[in-house]
Design a binder for this molecule. Structure first.
Ligand code: HEC
Length: 339
């Protein structure tokens, strides 16, 4: 009974998310979306221009530009749905996607791509959404620690990233916000930078420590998102690790990891500091409300008191440090703008 209700709630929730935005195509909305597309394309080409696919400086400049204060970031909803377009004919509601807050999306994912300013707008009647399609190429020669997680855990996924030729922003004209963002290999153009495939091996770890004692992927410990001398980086890394142990006690990592063992339609990722940071408010909320974790049938499975308390305690510490780290960054920005 409970299971049936939950399943029903999930279906309702999902269709509400994917259909509430429907807006009919009119000349006026088309023009408005065209203007947004032109603005975003110009910004993307300025912050993340076509470059060598292994150019670390170009990547960092792109990441900082998008993460800080970009128009693109302002165009995102609280949680944007991201993923690859496996098949252009597949409806969005049948597509597996991952949810990201604006920080994780602009700090980890979008900067892996580069742009040349070329875009086109198309109205997709079946979804009642606009597509803004940006020509792109993927930076496949960055060091492995610059990717949010080893995409090569699945050879086909990595190959698709490598061959991406367009980023599709599904635009919700009713809210003037992006809704779903996909990368695709099915665009008509060639990728905008040339590259040869790279082979990586996956050793089963989403987060690991390298030979020099650094947490990897380094990108997920706020590398390039926060200033290198941000005094909170080390503390955040340590706080996340303590918090992650509590999440493991709460079995969260049985489902909230990139290989998506539970087959979630809208995957939520928690396996690194940046991923967890973008979800921490919702994590605290769901644990307080006993709506997470779920058991293997998708039924709520309340934590025992001690596990719940420990999870909340460490989660609150992580959340507070995050606020302090961001406040420190803002203070540095304010100092710079005064000078
Ligand atoms: C058996 C699998 C499973 C386990 C274990 C699990 N979750 Fe989830 N979680 C889900 C599913 C399924 C969703 C719904 C995703 C969607 O919207 O499609 C979800 C959603 C969430 C969300 C987003 C909630 C929202 O407001 O939409 C958060 C946050 C979350 N889980 C945190 C946790 C935490 C913290 C734990 C451990 C205490 C945990 N989960 C354990 C399967 C699981």
């Amino acid at each position: 009974m409970r299971l049936a209700l939950l399943a029903q709630a999930c279906t309702l929730g999902l269709s509400a998310v994917l259909s509430s935005a429907a807006v009919a195509q009119t000349a006026e909305t088309q023009q408005r979306v065209e203007r947004v597309a032109a603005t975003l394309a110009a910004e993307l080409a300025t912050l993340c221009p076509a470059a060598d696919v292994g150019d670390q400086n170009a990547f960092v400049a792109c990441k900082q530009g998008l993460y800080k204060d970009s128009q693109l970031k302002k165009s995102l909803p609280d949680f944007v749905l991201w993923g690859r377009q496996r098949d252009p004919k597949l409806r969005l509601k049948d597509t597996k996607l991952t949810q990201f807050g604006p920080d994780a999306f602009t700090g980890l994912y979008l900067p892996m791509f580069m742009f040349n300013g070329k875009q086109r707008v198309e109205y997709i009647e079946s979804e009642k959404l606009y597509q803004i399609r940006f020509e792109t190429a993927f930076r496949n020669r960055l060091p492995p620690g610059q990717f949010p997680y080893p995409f090569w855990h699945e050879a086909e996924k990595w190959a698709m990233y490598e061959k991406a030729n367009e980023i599709i922003v599904w635009w919700d004209a009713a809210k003037d916000r992006a809704k779903v963002i996909q990368f695709t290999v099915f665009g008509p153009n060639a990728p905008i930078a040339s590259h040869t495939p790279v082979v990586h091996k996956f050793d089963g770890q989403w987060l690991w420590t390298d030979d020099s004692g650094k947490t990897q992927p380094q990108a997920t410990v706020f590398d390039g998102m926060f200033r290198a001398d941000n005094p909170y980086i080390g503390k955040l890394d340590a706080a996340y690790k303590t918090f992650a142990l509590k999440m493991r006690d709460g079995s969260c990592n049985q489902c909230h990891v990139p290989n998506n063992p539970d087959g979630m339609k809208k995957l939520v990722l928690l396996q690194t500091p940046v991923h967890a940071a973008s979800e921490i408010k919702r994590v605290l909320k769901t644990v307080r409300a006993d709506t997470m974790p779920l058991d293997e049938l998708g039924v709520e499975k309340p934590l025992d008191k001690a596990t719940k308390e420990a999870l909340l305690k460490e989660g609150v510490i992580f959340d507070q440090l995050l606020d302090e780290a961001k406040a420190w960054e803002a203070a540095q920005d304010a100092k710079l703008s005064k000078n």
